[in-house]
Design a binder for this molecule. Structure first.
Ligand code: SF4
Length: 233
C-alpha cells in the first residue's frame, strides 16, 4: 500500500488524530507495517518494557515527574544497576539524582561528559576561536567513553542527562542496552527545548537566533561556574 512521493506526516495530521481514538483508517496508520512491527513486541524485553511503560503511564499520569518515573520504570523492569551519562553543566543535579537512586536501592555508575580530559585541539583539531572559552583549557565531550565505561560496568539502563545535541547521537550509537533521556539539554531554556518550539511558533522569538557571539558573551562564558556534585552527607 505504498504511496511513493507522499511523505508520512503525522506532524501535519489531516485526520484529527483519529488513531488516538482507535481508528486505523488514515493513510499513515494503513502503512504502519503492522505485520512487521507487531512481531517486534513478541521479544520478551520489548514486551516487558511496553507493558511497564504503559502501566507506569497510567498510574502516574500527571502525578509523577520524569525523574521519579525513570526510577519507577527501572524498578518495574527489575533493573538494579543504572548508568548516568551526564553533562558537566548538570553535574550537581546528577549527584543529587545519583543519591536519590542509591537511596532507593539502585547501584549507580555515573560518567561525566569530559571524562578522559582530551583537549579539543588535540583530537578534533579545533582552533581557539572554535572553543566555548577561547584561551582556556577546554576538553572535548567524550560520549564514546561514557558509553564504553557504562557498558564495561554492566549497567542495566543508560540514563542520559543533558548531553549536547550531537554528542547524544554519538552516545546512542555506542551505548549498550536500553537508553532513556532524563534531561534534554537546552542551555537557554533551562533544559526545556519545548519552550523554544512554542515561543518560535508564536513569533515571540525569532526563527534565527543571533549567529555571532559578542566579546561580552565570550567573557561571560569564561566566567560560567559549573557546580560539582556535593559529597554524600
Ligand atoms: S496516524 Fe493518521 S490519524 Fe494518527 S496522527 Fe498520523 S496522520 Fe493523523
Amino acid at each position: 500500500m505504498s504511496e511513493p512521493g507522499k511523505p508520512l506526516a503525522c506532524g501535519a495530521c489531516e485526520f484529527d488524530m483519529q488513531c488516538f481514538s482507535g481508528n486505523a483508517g488514515c493513510r499513515v496508520s494503513r502503512r504502519a507495517k503492522q505485520d512487521e512491527v507487531l512481531a517486534g513486541y513478541e521479544a520478551a524485553e520489548m514486551r516487558d518494557m511496553s507493558v511497564n511503560a504503559a502501566c507506569l503511564e497510567a498510574q502516574g499520569y500527571k502525578i509523577w515527574d520524569r525523574a521519579y518515573e525513570t526510577a519507577d520504570f527501572a524498578r518495574r523492569m527489575g533493573y538494579q544497576h543504572l548508568g548516568l551519562a551526564f553533562c558537566a553543566s548538570v553535574a550537581a543535579e546528577a549527584g543529587m539524582y545519583q543519591r536519590f537512586l542509591e537511596d532507593r536501592g539502585f547501584r549507580v555508575t555515573s560518567v561525566m561528559c569530559k571524562t578522559g580530559a582530551i583537549l579539543k585541539e588535540d583530537l578534533l583539531g579545533l582552533n581557539d576561536e572554535q572553543k566555548v572559552r577561547p584561551g582556556c583549557v577546554e576538553p572535548m565531550c567524550n560520549p564514546i567513553a561514557q558509553a564504553a565505561l557504562l557498558a564495561e560496568a554492566g549497567v542495566d539502563l543508560n540514563v542520559v542527562m543533558a548531553l549536547c545535541v550531537g554528542h547524544d547521537s554519538i552516545f546512542f550509537a555506542h551505548a549498550k542496552g536500553p537508553i532513556t533521556v532524563l534531561v534534554a539539554k537546552d542551555r537557554v531554556y533551562d533544559h526545556q527545548p519545548i519552550k523554544a518550539i512554542r515561543l518560535r511558533d508564536a513569533g515571540e522569538i525569532t526563527p534565527e537566533p543571533q549567529q555571532k557571539r559578542t566579546p561580552e558573551q565570550i567573557e561571560q562564558n569564561k566566567r560560567a561556574v559549573f557546580r560539582s556534585p556535593a559529597p554524600r552527607r
